[in-house]
Design a binder for this molecule. Sequence first.
Ligand code: AMP
Length: 176
Amino acid sequence: MNWVKDYVTTIADYPKPGIMFRDVTTIFESDVAYNRMVEEFVRHLRDKKIDKVAGIEARGFILGGAIAHRLGIGFITVRKAGKLPRETHSVNYMLEYGEDALEVHCDAIRKGDNILIVDDLIATGGTAIATHELITMAGGRVTDCVFIIDLPDLGGADKLRAKGCDVFSLTAYEGE
Ligand code: AMP
């Protein structure tokens, strides 16, 4: 959807030289764009059998919380290491620009729950694949993943599809 690009701000060489940073906070700041974006996701998701939304810290919370609310289902926080107070599963992963760990509460998911992963952008897929691993460790089944932006040439969305997930993005930037 091309209207989305009108609200994305691109910052060259942030946070490192060579990275074109796609800043979606300018979507969140707009009442028109934020609501329209959530409704586009809801239209795609409403007939699916999803039990819970798993949002990835931090922009995945802003988007995933709104989607969960509109679908009338619960929300699971996927957080950076050391932020969750109860027993967690933990997975290390590579970013487009660095390395990190993600965690989820062990008891956040019921066995067999259908889970939707939500984040702002998919690039190499390291973050989303680590989240897929966490959900699987916790007993859930990742059926769907949604992102505002796909960078298809980095291959992350195809990695998720190879794991059997339906992947949906509002827009894509080719070549980076
Ligand atoms: P990846 O794990 O490579 O798929 O990277 C996705 C994660 O890193 C998401 O949580 C994004 O917020 C962030 N990210 C990666 N590349 C970019 C980019 N070019 N612009 C904005 N955020 C990015």
